[in-house]
Design a binder for this molecule. Structure first.
Ligand code: CAA
Length: 392
């Protein structure tokens, strides 16, 4: 049986390990403490139980998946004869480089080394390994067992063969891979999510809306599966904060860290996993009142996400199709930002951005030059049969 190893047994790590075991690999989960590994295996048992309950996996298969899963605190022993290693330790560049330094030495020269970083530079991480061409980004989405997307990210040194292997591996794990053409911070999905989060944080910080008001509008008017603050709590505020810091460093004022998020993280309130975050999770999922949905204008999140998609296109990170697919599969939005922009009308999106920029002087609303160019050419979306897409 081929061997796979996942380093880091947190929310993402144990889910990725479960997927590898479900894909037929003998899968070793590595972390620094036995208690963490025990907890992770319990979560895998729960998840497999749910999949059996829903008829997605047969009971005998679930048993075999568990038999294929092993745990250890000894990284070097685990990875020695592995075909694939996926790293899923916390989002800290120095820590990831340390782990990759050890992986580079302990693995066979042709072992695929993937990082599940959500925002850091694949190129930087790969520099810790003697043969950086075998390092690739494989970014899974929370919860990895249910979310169908993997962003496969090539660093500067990643070989085409390794990127192709990562794409195949993601497919073998039952996922749809999207190749991210450039190693930009936040890749595709987190660029769009952070633009939305920056806007809603500004709205709350300016006192224009409460957290519940925003989330009610996001859920019931925009039709997203979770409110923006609810989602941040769900993925973990420490995770959201680490991503935000990387994004702020890369994009400056356009991706300012939300002060409320920073405050909660400093207080140890990390969302669902600690019982408190933007919401109180000790009583279960937040109850977001439907009646508040009209008190925040969801066009504001629409226009910032269309604007961010324009930046991604301008930087040649992905095609409109790939941006839309990534957002739909990675976050369960019904429409991607390019489809949405074309439907709303790019001229209306642009004029709303200009209005917001004039009023608030915030970078997040500054229109991307590509959007201005499209509108200048009369490419306004569906209504002119040309926008991000061409319509027959
Ligand atoms: N394994 C198996 N089953 C699971 C599970 C898991 N890991 N997690 C949840 N389930 C189960 C639930 O318990 C539930 O079972 P019951 O019906 O018995 O209660 C079932 O799956 C479906 O859950 P829901 O009824 O809540 O169904 P849903 O339709 O709301 O789906 C969801 C849940 C898929 C999480 C959905 O709410 C969703 O898509 N939310 C958005 C998530 C998202 O955006 N993720 C990406 C975040 S960004 C990120 O991850 C990147 C990063 O870098 C941080």
């Amino acid at each position: 049986m081929e061997k796979a190893v996942v380093v880091g047994a947190g929310a993402m790590g144990h889910g990725i390990a479960q997927l590898l075991a479900m894909a037929g690999f003998e899968t070793w989960l590595v972390d620094v403490k036995e208690e963490i590994l025990d907890k992770a295996l319990n979560q895998v048992r729960w998840s497999l139980g749910k999949l059996v309950e829903k008829g997605r996996v047969r009971e005998e298969e679930a048993k075999k998946v568990l038999e294929r899963m092993k745990t250890t605190v000894n990284l070097e022993d685990a990875v020695r004869d592995a075909k694939v290693v996926v790293e899923a330790v916390p989002e800290n560049l120095e820590l990831k480089k340390q782990v990759f330094g050890r992986l580079g030495k302990a693995t066979q020269p042709n072992t695929l080394l993937a990082t599940n970083t959500s925002s850091l530079s694949i190129t930087e991480i790969s520099k810790a390994v003697e043969k950086p061409e075998r390092v690739v980004g494989m970014h899974f989405f929370n919860p990895p067992v249910l979310m169908p997307l993997v962003e496969v990210v090539k660093g500067e040194y990643t070989s085409d063969e390794v990127a192709g292997f990562a794409m195949d591996l993601a497919r073998r794990m039952g996922k749809t891979p999207i190749l991210v053409r450039k190693d930009v911070r936040g890749f595709i999905v987190n660029r769009i999510l952070i633009s939305m989060f920056t806007e809603v944080c500004l709205a709350v910080c300016r006192g224009e809306a409460t957290i519940e008001v925003v989330d009610a509008a996001v859920k019931y008017k925009a039709g997203l599966p979770m409110g923006a603050f609810e989602l941040a709590d769900y993925i973990g505020l420490d995770v959201a904060y680490n991503i935000s810091k990387v994004m702020e460093e890369a994009y400056g004022e356009r991706a300012k860290v939300c002060p409320e998020l920073e405050k909660l993280v400093k207080e140890g309130k990390l969302g669902q996993k600690t019982g408190k975050g933007f919401y109180d999770w000790s009583v279960g999922y937040p109850r977001i009142p439907f009646k508040l949905a009209d008190k925040y204008d969801v066009w504001r999140i629409y226009v910032v996400s269309v604007n961010e998609a324009s930046w991604l296109l301008k930087e040649d990170v992905a095609t409109p199709q790939d941006i839309d697919t990534a957002i739909k599969l990675g976050t369960s939005w019904v429409q991607g930002p390019c489809e949405l922009g074309d439907e709303l009308g790019l001229d209306l999106v642009l004029s709303r951005l200009r209005e917001l920029h004039m009023k608030y002087k915030e970078e997040i609303y500054k229109p991307c030059p590509l959007l201005e160019e499209y509108v200048g050419r009369g490419w306004l979306g569906r209504k002119t049969k040309r926008g991000f897409y061409i319509y027959e």
